[in-house]
Each structure stands twice: as structure tokens, then as C-alpha cells.
Design a protein around this ligand. Structure first.
Ligand code: HEM
Length: 663
């Protein structure tokens, strides 16, 4: 065995004109010296790029099993070659287990080595030079040099020499830079992690950060972390430090603090449409001014005004009529709700409604729905934004970008149309209020561009979330018919079949109210609320949270926290009622889908109003059934909001006008 290897190594070295010395007893250690880079190349080619031939290479030189070792060998050889003082390479291998041990010896180009010589194996004369050893072996056809080193390879390595080495240089430099960049990014993370000043959390790895996050449903992984690390923990999404607050009281405490009111950079920021200038994603003074203005304008033209109640009831009438028209046939309720809530927002913003058959409306509704689905929270692109240039992310990102350009174009058109009829003495709606403020704005906050960003944000936030909640509400009524019957019984008793249900009736319809809260809790469709960011270093609950840290209020867990919600997976509106049948507000205040504190949803009042009257009015007039008697899928589709899988339902009039529809 050894003899064969010896003969092989001898021939190899003769072929290339290398000198090789055997230096050790326990291991076969060969010191191979060469001075020209073609030899170096040939060595590389043989060892690294001819894997199918490795079975012909004696175990002592290279194990065909050790791919990892081949990779290290590649780096080792490269580094050795780059540093011209290291022109001698020792390859050592244990012939028994086939592993390869590498080491390089500083060569003075005269052959002296710093590797200590050890007693040589008995089968070798001391310090014998293989290259000088006369070949006494029987010729072994599988070992013949031409078979092992095909001349084409040698030729190739000679022709392509310079190019090849140039490439290797480039790869080496890139590898070194990459390693340096990783260290530059990772070492501070490690220091931060071990400082003991951060909330506890899983150990981060270089580049990827915390591993094991299911990016298709990240809130589920975050729930597991909450169970392991408690109500406040930290993790790394890529290189971004992220603090997750999963205890509702801590969420309240943090989000009331202005230092937690920043917004981290997410995929939307890279779309090139300045979405970050709208009230939802802006920060600092721009955000403060816009938020203040939005709340005031919504109050002035929106919630609290009788006129908006009128819009709402007008849309309810249209919606109920549209349900009736279906005569109990299967329908996809999404467009019904989109239409109704989209129109209410249009009244507020443009003092007009979209007509159902206006292609711009369907386009906007579809674009916004897709945006909500595809721009997820804690999504891969949020934390590795460079992936937007890499397939398959590239295509998805470009599609989103195109959609945003389209919808901003529509918003631009609508705003321009509206401007032409602006009368500063008689502001009609949100846009007019904005144009009025614009006239006196000296800080450049209320620009034309800002107006379009504002309109988009309010329009998108204003109708999509309400639509999704109603979609879930219908699904829960199909899944829990006994709850539906109880809601109907309560409405029948309090309002009867004909009274127009008002928001003011809520207090007398506690079971209905509790059911809506429980739908919010169980659908839990905003699992992260919306990401916040610290705007300066903050000491919080005994930990130091640095500036620019992403902060998630993990609503998903807050609304399922076993400390607060016994049997948390069960859908039980009764759990929210006191013994006297009234809603227990000390419990419902822990259901906070609109978030809390400085950035809490300014549309909460309007949304709660719309949801209550729509839900109660639909159940007053209709019973909701599934399309086929089977329960549709209750699993959510992940995205910026968790939406139900598309499903069909039947709205059966309760007045008996479609008696045979379910037969
Ligand atoms: C079911 C309906 C709705 C839900 C569940 C909801 C939920 C939320 C949540 C969780 C946030 C983020 C809060 C945070 O960052 O802490 C938010 C922000 C916002 N929502 Fe809503 N929302 C709804 C309806 C509406 C409506 C109807 C409007 C408009 C009239 C609206 C306008 C906004 C705006 C402008 C923001 C950004 C606030 C800021 O960053 O300062 N939302 N909403």
C-alpha cells in the first residue's frame, strides 16, 4: 500500500519537476517544493478540480472523502501562492483514516524547512528524496501518469494560466473582503449580545442573525420565543437588532414613550415612491405635523360628524341591497366590503365615491390588497433589502414597485381633478383642508407630493383593514353558527328586524360587541401591529435598548397570552362578559388591534364605528352560511395583515324571501 503511494508520489513529482521529501513517521508527510506558478496551477487543478480522479490519488496525498478539506486546501494553496515567500507546501495525510492535515513550511527557496524532521518509517531510508528514487515498482496501469494527469489538463492550465490566476486573485481578494465585512458586522453584534444589557434572546449567527424564524409565518416563531424568553426579548433579523415586546402592559409603556415612535426602514422605503413621507411611515417633525393634521382633519370631516354617519348608512344600505341581490347564491364578500369602506374613505378624502364599475376603483382595491399581502412584517426583504436585486425576490419586488407607481398615478389624477374645484372658503373634505394649510405652510411639510402620500396612506389604511376584519367576521360566523344565532337573538330582542342599527346601540348589544372583540382577538390579523424604532438610546425595564433598534409590539402574543387568555385558541365571546351580561372593559382593553400610545391608529374611532354597524346590520338581515356546507380554511395568509384564504359564502335573508336557497 505504502509502496504504491510512494511510487505514485514519485512519478507525480518527476512529471512536474517538483522535489518531494518524506518528513515523518506517523503520517506520510511530503514536502513538495516548486518555484513556478504553472506547477502551482497543476497542483491546484489536480487536487481541486478533478474530483472524479481523486480515487486514483493515494490516500496519503488527498482523501476523496474530504470535500471540506479540499476547500481548505484551496484557500491554503492560494494564500501560500499569493505570499511568494511561501513557495513550499507540505501536504500530510493519514493513510489510515484518509483525512488530510495541512501545514506550510517557510521555504528559503533552497529547500531548508522549519518543519521538524521526525523518525522516518521503516520502509523509507532517512531523508530520501522521492524525486531521486529509482522506480523499482512494477508498473501499475491505474497509476500511470498519463492516466492521472491528462495532458489536456496540463495544456489547459498552461494556456489559461494568467487568466486563471487573475481570477483566483479576484476570488481571494473577494473572500478576504467578505470575511472582513462579516467580522466588521458580526463582532459588534457579539459584543452587544454578551454585554448583558440587552433583553435575553436567541444567539445570533453572522449575516443571518437569529436562525429558525419561519419567514412564511414569522409571528408563530416569535410566539415560541416569547414563551421561552418572556415578555421582552431581543433577536437579530439579519444584522438588525430587534426587540420584541409581547406583554401588553410593556407594549403600552413603551409605545407611550416618544423615544419608541420611530419607524424602521422596511421594503416600502426602497420602492422609489417616497412612501416614507406619508403619515404611516414618516418620522420626526414631518410625522408629528402630519399626524396632528390628519387627526384634526379626520375629526373635522370624519368621525363624530353626522355627515359621516350618513355616508356609513348610505353604504350599509347599498351593501345590504347588494347581498339581497345575490339571492343566497355563493359570493366572494371581499369586493362588497372593499366597495363600501373604500367609498367611505373616498367621501372623507375626495367628497365623492367611486362607482363600482369605475376601473380605477377595482384597480386601487386590488393593488392595495396585494400590497397588504406581499409586504409582510418581518419579511426576508425587510432585513436583507439587497435581495431585491436577486431572483426570485427581484421579480416580486419589481411587481410591487410597478403596482405602487400605478396607484400613485391614480391618486395623482384624483388629487389634480379635485384641486381644480378647490374653494378655500368652503373646504369640503380632507384634501381641501390640506390645500388650505398648504397656503400658510412655511416649513415645506404640506407639499403637493405630501398630499398624495397622505391620501394614499389614509385610503389604504382606511379601507383595507376594515375589509379584512369583516371578511374574518363572516368566516367566524360560518365556523361558529351558535355564536351567530346568539348575536341575532340579541339584535332581534333589542332592535327588532327593521330598526336601523346605530353605533349608539352598542351599549345595549353587549354580546354583539363582545363577539366583535373576540373576532379581533382570534383573527389577530395585525400580529406585529406596525414596527416601531427607538430614536435614541433608551433604558427600558432594566435593559438598554440602543438607538435605531426595531421594536415589535407582538400583538399576536399579547392577544393569546396564556396569563390573560385561558383556553386561548377557543372562540368564546362570553369570556368578555361580566356576570351581569355587560362587556368587561378591563378585559377588552387588553385587545388592542389599533395599537396604543403615540402612534396608535388615528382611524380607530371611525373603524370601530363602521365595523359595529356593518356587522350588526348584516346579521340583523341575513344568516351567513358557507358555500357548500363545509367550513372554509381558517388559516391566515401572511402579509402586512393576515388575510383569510379566499372563500365563498351565502347571505340568506332572514325574512324568508329565499326559502329554498340552501336546499
Ligand atoms: C380595522 C381597522 C384598522 C386597524 C386594525 C388599524 C390598525 C392600525 C395599526 C396597528 C396601526 C399602527 C400603530 C402603531 O404603529 O403602533 C395603524 C396606523 C395607522 N392607521 Fe390604522 N387601523 C385600522 C383602520 C384605520 C382607518 C379607518 C384609518 C383612517 C381613517 C387608519 C389610519 C391609520 C394611520 C394614518 C396610521 C399611521 C399612524 C402613525 O403612524 O402615526 N387606520 N393602524
Amino acid at each position: 500500500m505504502y509502496k504504491k503511494e510512494l511510487a505514485y508520489a514519485t512519478r507525480t513529482c518527476e512529471y512536474y519537476g517538483w522535489t518531494a521529501e518524506c518528513l515523518s513517521n506517523d503520517f506520510q508527510i511530503f514536502r513538495v517544493s516548486f518555484l513556478d506558478f504553472f506547477s502551482f496551477q497543476a497542483l491546484l487543478t489536480e487536487f481541486l478540480f478533478v474530483p472524479h480522479r481523486q480515487k486514483n490519488i493515494p490516500q496519503g496525498l488527498l482523501s476523496h472523502r474530504c470535500t471540506m478539506i479540499r476547500a481548505s486546501l484551496s484557500v491554503f494553496l492560494l494564500v501560500t501562492w499569493l505570499d511568494r515567500s511561501y513557495l513550499s507546501i507540505s501536504l500530510s495525510g493519514n493513510s489510515k483514516n484518509g483525512s488530510l492535515i495541512l501545514g506550510n513550511t517557510v521555504n528559503d527557496c533552497g529547500g531548508s524547512s522549519k518543519t521538524p524532521s521526525s523518525p522516518l518509517p521503516s520502509w523509507l531510508p532517512s531523508n530520501r528524496k522521492f524525486g531521486n528514487e529509482p522506480n523499482t515498482e512494477e508498473p501499475d496501469t491505474t497509476m500511470r501518469l498519463p492516466a492521472v494527469f491528462p495532458s489536456t489538463l496540463v495544456l489547459l492550465s498552461n494556456i489559461g494560466g494568467k487568466v486563471f490566476m487573475g481570477l483566483l486573485y479576484a476570488v481571494a481578494v473577494a473572500a478576504i473582503l467578505l470575511v472582513a465585512a462579516i467580522c466588521y458586522q458580526y463582532l459588534p453584534i457579539l459584543a452587544q449580545y454578551f454585554s448583558g444589557r440587552l433583553p435575553p434572546g436567541p444567539f445570533p449567527l453572522p449575516v443571518v442573525g437569529t436562525i429558525g424564524i419561519d419567514h412564511t409565518q414569522p409571528f408563530r416563531t416569535f410566539e415560541k420565543f416569547a414563551e421561552k424568553y418572556g415578555g421582552l426579548y431581543s433577536c437579530y433579523l439579519g444584522a438588525d437588532l430587534t426587540v420584541v415586546i409581547s406583554d401588553i402592559n410593556s407594549v403600552r409603556k413603551a409605545f407611550r414613550d416618544l423615544r419608541f415612535a420611530g419607524r424602521p426602514k422596511v421594503t416600502d422605503h426602497y420602492l422609489g415612491v417616497k412612501v416614507e413621507n406619508g403619515p404611516v411611515l414618516s418620522e420626526g417633525n414631518l410625522w408629528k405635523e402630519q399626524r396632528h393634521f390628519s387627526i384634526q382633519a379626520l375629526r373635522e370631516f370624519g368621525f363624530g360628524k353626522a355627515i359621516v354617519e350618513e355616508y356609513i348608512y348610505h353604504e350599509i344600505d347599498k351593501g345590504l341591497e347588494a347581498f339581497r341581490q345575490t339571492a343566497g347564491k355563493p359570493i366572494d364578500n371581499r369586493m362588497f366590503f372593499c366597495n363600501a369602506f373604500g367609498n367611505i374613505m373616498s367621501y372623507l378624502l375626495f367628497s365623492t365615491d367611486f362607482q363600482c364599475n369605475d376601473p380605477r376603483f377595482t384597480e386601487c382595491a386590488d393593488i392595495i390588497a396585494l400590497n397588504f399581502q406581499e409586504l409582510g412584517n418581518a419579511s426576508t426583504l425587510d432585513f436583507f433589502p439587497w435581495l431585491r436585486f436577486v431572483p426570485p425576490f427581484r421579480r416580486g419586488f419589481q411587481d410591487t414597485q410597478n403596482r405602487f407607481h400605478k396607484i400613485f398615478k391614480i391618486m395623482d389624477e384624483l388629487v389634480a381633478q379635485h384641486k381644480s374645484t378647490f374653494d378655500r372658503e368652503n373646504p369640503r373634505d380632507y384634501i381641501d383642508a390640506f390645500l388650505k394649510v398648504q397656503e400658510t405652510d412655511k416649513e415645506g411639510i404640506f407639499t403637493g407630493e405630501q398630499l398624495v402620500r397622505n391620501v394614499y396612506d389614509l385610503y389604504a389604511a382606511g379601507f383595507q383593514s376594515t375589509t379584512i376584519l369583516l371578511q374574518w367576521a363572516m368566516l367566524y360566523m360560518i365556523r361558529y353558527p351558535e355564536v351567530q344565532r346568539k348575536v341575532q337573538a340579541e339584535i332581534d330582542e333589542v332592535c327588532g328586524p327593521h330598526k336601523v342599527i346605530m353605533f349608539a346601540d352598542k351599549i345595549n348589544l353587549p354580546y354583539t360587541d363582545a363577539t366583535i372583540h373576540e373576532i379581533f382577538r382570534c383573527a389577530n390579523f395585525g400580529p406585529f401591529l406596525m414596527p416601531h424604532k427607538t430614536t435614541e438610546d433608551v433604558e427600558f425595564e432594566g435593559y438598554s435598548i440602543p438607538k435605531e433598534t426595531t421594536v415589535f409590539g407582538l400583538s399576536w402574543y399579547c392577544m393569546r397570552d396564556p396569563k390573560l387568555w385561558e383556553d386561548r385558541d377557543a372562540f368564546k365571546p362570553e369570556r368578555l362578559l361580566k356576570a351581569d351580561g355587560r362587556v368587561d372593559h378591563s378585559l377588552t382593553e387588553n385587545i388592542a388591534p389599533f395599537s396604543v400610545g403615540k402612534r396608535a391608529c388615528p382611524g380607530e374611532g371611525l373603524a370601530r364605528h363602521e365595523i359595529f354597524v356593518f356587522f350588526a346590520s348584516i346579521l340583523q338581515k341575513f344568516t351567513i352560511h358557507s358555500e357548500s356546507g363545509e367550513i372554509p380554511c381558517m388559516d391566515p395568509i401572511d402579509g402586512e395583515a393576515l388575510t383569510p384564504h379566499p372563500y365563498l359564502m351565502r347571505a340568506i335573508p332572514r325574512d324568508g324571501s329565499c326559502p329554498s336557497v340552501l336546499e
